[in-house]
Design a protein. Structure first.
Lengths: 456, 567, 431
């Protein structure tokens, strides 16, 4: 789904921040472009693609997890830390973190959170920038900065001695530069570490599934439960997406699941933490059950052929080296955007109608709907797996993407994380884009960072 | 300088003559704010008289005004309710944009919990509509008469319900922004025609340059509309009250509601308590009310306050008090919360202050004498849950209990009795410290404030409030916390004013030297110069932003930044 | 002198923290956001200067020598109806005398020659004839014919029915006075009227003409005292507030006890000396007049000192009694109305000590008709909002202003006395 790109002329692996700064300063002097990566491949979105000559800076070997702080529920990660590593590091402290839906094993935590990738735990996300706390980054100009509480005054050690934990993302003072870095896909600065807000590990868990013939039937329940901040991890999948996720690349299993799963399902995890866990779980389950009943739904621990526990486990752990979306057929068209949950059904129908015009049957479309920011919005992701070896399929998917994104844009879909042809996305808000240009000219005056991306 | 005729004609042509004022008497009402004498080196209560005050009605009118300011010597300074010195003009070529005519609640999206508002929608206005439908907004400690847009888009953001409604700067979902150039930009999803639910994107979020921990205080254009995050509210959606000013009392304490003041025996216990309650996700609201505030809240005039303090009782039990409110959507939830709270109280040796014993000042005096040798008057209650239950539900003292719970309702839910009450003791209130990170750091700041104030307390220059008047609480279920050190001083006494200046300054220095975080007063040209070098030169970055977005200085820079003189 | 008086109030002015609570009802009483605002000039003109807080700051600016009295100051200061809402709202959170500053400021502006011209004619008439509406005619007491009222001071009576000379100039007031007299006589009271009622001087009071007011108040008190009665009953709420609360502040207090008609009627009904047999099936709401309510608290003498303790904690010893509007006349009118069979009474949102001013006082209808109009419109809308079919009030300034701006008479304005008269089954009736 990408325009013509040039491979990097070189891959650079600086060992520390000072070396990285030196690289950036050198690039400024030499008029070079740098593209930064922290996740291992394979990469599925075109975030690294650049038409301009560039060198790739690979930070995936920066794998430290430190400053793990149970009292303040926070930790710090370097760019190369993956979800598997992080979850393992936090577990002995009785903590965990919200994760995207089954991230691939090589996915960098930092890359995911800096891309504002949604997690499956919406009620822990208070703000669009969560779970990012403080960050350290290098501007395109080569200057060094720290955001949030880490921004100072004082060193990390001095702040910790005083009782701080670099948890707050706000500041310093009038600035919230972490927000500028998030979603910038490496065009504004290079993040060298971030603190991540952690959560308590549940002591007891009782996940359930709710099923329905339509998305519309699940949505009122989700609104009620999310408004009450009840339950923990929760998301919705259609049969196709659930099959893609649970089949683990097994074609036979995929076909069986896709054919037997209900049209739509919602995962609802219910837990108790450290304090009175069983009792917490009990009242939450009662309250959630009451909401389900009111909407003609039922909490079920399992369906034939999957259980809620399996789905929870699969969704909360790294899925493997290959992204689960692509496991089925090798590639997958993935169109994702934000909206509000009440508009999701209409957006989905728009896409499936468009898809059918491009020869894609409704049953082939995978749907993932994820409430975000305590359900003040939702991530909607439409997926069409296809064989990457087929150039016809690639062409068809490219055309579908072009057409569908245009229609979805017109219908009000908010492509907050632009991939693919981003120009028309930015064109929806030219005033905002003009501001981005101005900020880019301050943060990266010589256009060192991913020169040419989005026309910057 | 008074507005020149051309300027007057231009402005009158934009908003209409009735909405431009240049009479000196009117202008002076925009040159006087809350306790400015600590800011003015000469101790004056006056700030610069603006050139004019203009009341626009729309973003389009403001756009024209900004274009005018961009091409003239005048600068614009927008204000809404203007309840702080940060609303002042920096000089007499500033035109105040009083946004009072822009007071509409544009939309309440109940389902998605979003409100879209204009600048002069006060918290009380929106909250009154929201509570009826089981929603609430975050209200800052200035009290519910403050402008929601000002706190969410342009200023600070601390409030007593932070444990459940976060911090204003983190609740912004969209903003319409008239840049200093006059261009109108809408950030986030609203700007892309998708609705007002997200302020981030597309791509990098420009929300990151329009505010941070601090807003721009009118120094970078004008915000004319914003959308804010709303939160569930399980408290009473309507209520009856009786009584008369100042003692309005709820006729009934609502079901599944708990208003309590928890007295912890030590600071360590209070810190632990805050974290534990946060992890248990108990509190709807929480406000640290150390002993001076507890005494202030229980008395009706300053003589009573003096006598309450003289009784010697308050320091014995109220040095570490968290006043809390919690609600529940179901009986099961309420029962769990009560049980969890009981556990936490036991673990921290805390006790709920028995409201049914809210005594008169006369009986406080007597009790003070009788209990002179008693270290901890609440000791029996700390040990006995039975006594605690008795205090909470007995018919004995039921009216006193209802009255005190009502006060907590007005404070913690309606925000009807916040910061203004702090002016009663001496008509002067200032703040120091107040950085935002962890609850532990908050207490470190409170400890610093208490120590620093001691010498001025001993000199009789500020109120002897016990030293530690750290006000604040935890945020987002204990994930974050803050405490600002309140100082009560006498604005008519130059030595008292000087003491405050020194304390705020020392707080700023201590923030730097002891890594205590960027304080609540850490904004604006002067403070940025001091703090910036210790914080990765953020001051230079905001100056650069100012230079880039406001090259013609159309927005008054004093409480934000001046353009940097780049080499 | 007026500037000295302002200077003596410097501390009060400096207590203002510019919180803007003066523009609204005390926050715990907000039931509906649409009716949270309660300052008529601010609701109309919006600039901060028009608020109670704004007036404090302008007064401070004046005594600090930053401004002089001029037409602009007059324009703003006389948009205020002197209703006292800002005083009540501010006292919800602190002890500060907003109304004192506002009245002193207006007096100073007038003393400097900048009082609104539209007020001058009435004051000139008051000074020249003793009556703001001009000397009364020979048949000024026609409304008393056939009632057998005593003529004071020649005769003696228990109760003086005093209309503040409003019955001399306004036919509706004369009719109302007659009805009240009939009710009182029917209840067996020994009632008299002054052979020549003095003007209360209210027009001078609330337009800042201090000298004229003090002089008139003294004359009025002389005449009232001459009557020898123990009780004076006034027909209008504005007069009750003036006599009970403001006369004492300006040097004179009538010797007799001053009550409003509603208070006396309430007592008579409770003692069963007055019965209300007739049914009036109507849904009404009661508008609390400012000067019958929050502006009717007499000054409370205080002898004490201001002290400091705990550093700079200032306190008054003994505590200064604060008039925060709560001891106004609120219950008697309500009790009276509730005794009328068939009458359904519903409360508005802004009531009692935080009632919304109708816009009729302070000389505002003359100097700032737009403020008077918008205030009245807001009040009528509020009455409609609570489902009332009519507004009942107990002050003739309120009645006039609420009626005056209604093009379509969509909300009838009734006086409490008229309703009681009707309910008592006496001839005629309010409806």
């Amino acid at each position: 789904m990408t325009a013509a790109t040039a491979p990097p002329s070189e891959v650079l692996t600086p060992g520390n921040v000072d070396e990285l700064r030196a690289l950036v300063q050198h690039a400024n002097q030499g008029g070079e472009s740098l593209v930064v990566t922290s996740s291992g491949g394979p990469h599925y979105k075109d975030g690294l693609a650049s038409a301009e000559p560039h060198r790739l800076v690979d930070l995936s070997s920066w794998t430290r997890v430190d400053l793990v702080d149970r009292r303040n529920r926070v930790c710090r990660v370097e760019p190369g830390v993956t979800y598997g590593t992080l979850l393992e590091a936090l577990a002995p402290h009785g903590m965990t973190v919200p994760t995207p839906l089954a991230p691939r094993s090589t996915k960098s935590v930092l890359a995911a959170v800096m891309d504002r990738e949604p997690s499956t735990w919406p009620n822990k996300q208070w703000d669009g920038s969560d779970p990012v706390g403080s960050t350290e980054f290098i501007f395109g100009s080569g200057e060094h900065f720290r955001t949030g509480a880490a921004g100072g005054p004082g060193s990390i050690e001095a702040q910790r001695k005083a009782g701080g934990a670099q948890k707050s993302s706000s500041g310093p003072s009038h600035t919230d530069f972490h927000r500028v870095l998030q979603g910038a896909q490496g065009t504004m600065g290079i993040v060298t570490w971030a603190t991540i807000r952690a959560e308590l590990m549940p002591s007891v868990e009782d996940p359930h599934l709710l099923v329905a013939d339509s998305l519309d039937a699940l949505i009122p329940y989700v609104y009620d439960v999310q408004r009450g901040l009840l339950g923990e991890q929760s998301f919705m999948l259609n049969a196709q997406a659930a099959a893609m996720l649970m089949a683990r690349g097994d074609q036979t299993r995929f076909a069986s699941l896709a054919g037997s799963l209900p049209a739509f399902l919602c995962l609802q995890n219910i837990v108790g933490f450290e304090r009175l866990p069983e009792e917490r779980l009990a009242y939450q389950r009662d309250d959630i059950e009451a909401h389900a009943r009111r909407h003609g739904l039922k909490l079920q621990p399992a369906l034939d052929p999957i259980s809620a526990r399996d789905l929870l486990s699969r969704s909360s752990q790294p899925c493997g080296d290959v992204d689960w979306r692509s496991e089925t057929q090798g590639s997958c068209l993935s169109i994702f955007f934000l909206s509000t949950l009440d508009r999701a059904p209409a957006m989905v129908r728009l896409f499936t109608d468009c898809a059918s015009e491009h020869g894609v049957r409704k049953q082939e479309v995978g749907l993932y709907v994820q409430p975000v920011v305590q359900n003040h919005g939702c991530h909607i992701e439409l997926m069409v797996p296809y064989g990457s070896h087929s150039s016809d399929a690639r062409t068809r998917m490219a055309r579908l993407e072009e057409d569908a994104v245009g229609r979805l844009l017109d219908a009000g879909a908010f492509f907050s994380r632009p991939y693919g042809t981003a120009e028309r996305i930015f064109a929806k808000n030219l005033g905002n884009f003009a501001l981005i240009r101005q900020v880019k000219s301050l943060f990266d005056p010589n256009r060192v960072l991913h020169r040419g991306k989005w026309g910057l | 300088m008074p507005l020149d005729e051309n300027a007057y004609e231009t402005l009158a042509g934009i908003v209409g003559p009735p909405w431009v004022e240049r009479a000196a008497c009117v202008l002076d009402t925009y040159a006087y704010y809350q306790n400015p004498e600590t800011m003015n080196q000469d101790g004056s209560q006056w700030l610069p008289r603006p050139a004019a005050v203009v009341l626009p009605e729309s973003a389009e009118e403001i756009q024209e005004i900004m274009r005018f300011c961009s091409s003239s010597k005048y600068m614009a300074k927008p204000i809404s309710t203007g309840f702080h010195t940060a609303a002042a003009a920096s000089n007499d070529d500033t035109i105040i944009l009083d946004l009072k005519r822009m007071d509409r609640i544009l939309d309440i999206d109940e389902k998605n919990q979003i409100a879209v508002i204009e600048p002069y929608v006060r918290a009380i206005d929106l909250q009154t509509e929201l509570l009826k439908i089981g929603l609430n907004c975050h209200i800052v400690s200035a009290g519910a008469m403050h402008s929601l847009l000002a706190s969410h888009a342009a200023a600070w953001g601390y409030g007593v319900t932070g444990s459940s409604t976060s911090y204003s700067g983190r609740n912004l979902l969209g903003v319409e922004w008239v840049l200093p150039s006059g261009e109108i930009v809408t950030l986030g999803s609203a700007g892309s025609g998708s609705g007002w639910f997200s302020c981030e994107g597309p791509g990098p979020s420009m929300r990151g340059v329009m505010r941070g921990f601090h807003g721009t205080f009118g120094g970078l254009g004008v915000f004319t509309k914003c959308s804010i995050k709303l939160y569930k509210y399980d408290g009473p959606r309507s209520w009856d009250f009786e009584g008369q000013s100042p003692n309005y009392v709820l006729k009934e304490i609502p079901e599944r509601s708990k208003f309590t003041a928890l007295a912890f025996p030590t600071r360590e216990a209070e810190k632990d308590g805050g974290y534990k309650m946060g992890e248990a996700e108990l509190n709807y609201a929480e406000f640290r009310t150390p002993m001076f505030f507890t005494a202030l809240g229980l008395t009706n005039n300053n003589l009573e306050l003096k006598e309450a303090l003289d009784s010697g009782l308050f320091p014995k039990f109220a040095n570490h008090v968290l006043s809390c409110a919690f609600f529940a959507a179901s009986d099961g939830e309420f029962a769990w919360k009560k049980k969890a709270l009981a556990e936490i109280l036991k673990e921290t040796n805390a006790a709920p202050v028995p409201f049914n014993l809210s005594p008169s000042v006369g009986s406080l005096k007597v009790a003070g004498k009788l209990l002179a040798a008693v270290k901890d008057p609440l000791a029996p209650i700390r040990k006995s849950t039975r006594l605690q239950k008795f205090a909470e539900s007995s018919g004995f003292g039921a009216e006193q209990r209802r009255a005190t719970q009502s006060r907590l309702f007005w404070l913690l839910v309606r925000n009807a009795v916040n910061i203004q009450a702090a002016f009663r003791p001496s008509q002067g209130m200032a703040t120091m410290m107040g950085a935002f990170d962890t609850w532990d750091l908050a207490h470190a700041q409170a400890e610093y404030s208490a120590k620093a104030k001691q010498k001025y307390i001993e000199q009789g220059l500020i109120i002897a409030d016990g030293g530690d008047l750290g006000a604040g609480g935890t945020f987002e279920n204990g994930h974050l916390g803050y405490l600002e050190g309140i100082i009560m001083y006498d604005p008519s006494n130059p030595a008292s004013v000087e003491a405050v200046r020194d304390l705020v300054e020392s707080g700023l220095r201590a923030s730097i030297d002891q890594a205590l975080g960027v304080p609540i007063a850490g904004f604006g040209v002067k403070a940025n110069k001091e703090l910036g070098p210790a914080c990765y030169h953020y001051d230079r970055w905001v100056s650069r932003l100012k230079a880039a977005l406001d090259p013609n200085m159309a927005s008054d820079p004093l409480f934000y930044a001046e353009p940097e003189d780049e080499p | 002198m007026t500037k000295r008086r302002l200077e003596s109030l410097r501390t009060e002015m400096q207590k203002c923290t510019r919180c803007s609570l003066c523009k609204m009802v005390p926050m715990p009483t907000v039931r509906d956001a649409k009716y949270a605002n309660a300052c008529p000039p601010v609701n109309t003109n919006h600039f901060h200067a028009y608020s109670g807080g704004g007036l404090q700051v302008m007064a401070l600016s004046l005594i600090d020598g930053r401004i002089e009295a001029d037409e602009d100051l007059a324009r703003v200061a006389f948009a205020c109806t002197t209703c006292g809402l800002c005083d009540v709202s501010c006292k919800f959170i602190m002890e500060a005398e907003r109304q004192d500053v506002i009245l002193a400021l207006r007096e100073h502006v007038v003393a400097e020659g900048y009082g609104p011209r539209v007020h001058e004619a009435a004051i000139e008439r008051l000074v020249a004839t003793g009556y703001a509406h001009g000397a009364p005619s020979e048949d000024r007491l026609r409304w008393t014919e056939g009632l057998g009222l005593k003529s004071l001071p020649e005769q003696s009576a228990e109760v003086l029915l005093y209309t503040g000379a409003s019955a001399y100039s306004e036919a509706t007031e004369a009719k109302k006075a007659r009805k009240l007299a009939e009710l009182l006589v029917a209840a067996g009271l020994d009632v008299g009227v002054l052979e020549r009622e003095p003007d209360t001087g209210i027009e001078a009071f609330w337009t800042g003409h201090r000298d004229a007011f003090e002089s008139q108040a003294a004359k009025a008190c002389d005449l009232l005292d001459e009557s020898g009665v123990k009780t004076i009953v006034v027909t209008s709420g504005s007069h009750l507030g003036l006599l009970r609360a403001h006369y004492p502040r300006y040097g004179r207090t009538p010797s007799a006890k001053v009550v409003h008609a509603s208070e006396l009627l309430d007592e008579l009904i409770r003692k069963q000396r007055l019965r209300l047999p007739k049914t009036i099936g109507r849904r009404v709401t009661y508008h609390d007049p400012c000067y019958l309510g929050r502006q009717s608290e007499p000054p409370q003498p205080w002898k004490g000192v201001e002290k400091m303790s705990h550093g700079v904690l200032t306190y008054f010893d003994p505590p200064k009694p604060i008039n925060n509007g709560v001891n106004g006349v609120y219950e008697p009118p309500r009790r009276v109305l509730d005794q009328i069979r068939g009458l359904e009474r519903t409360e508005m949102h802004r009531i009692r000590e935080y009632s919304f001013c109708c816009g009729g006082g302070g000389g505002v209808p003359e100097a700032h008709p737009e403020v008077a109009r918008t205030a009245a419109a807001s009040r009528i809308e509020e009455a409609q909002d609570v489902g009332a079919e009519a507004i009942v009030t107990a002050c003739h300034y309120c009645a006039q202003n609420l009626e005056r701006w209604q093009d379509d008479a969509r909300m009838p304005v009734l006086d409490l006395i008229d309703l009681v008269y009707e309910a008592a089954g006496l001839e005629g009736g309010a409806l």
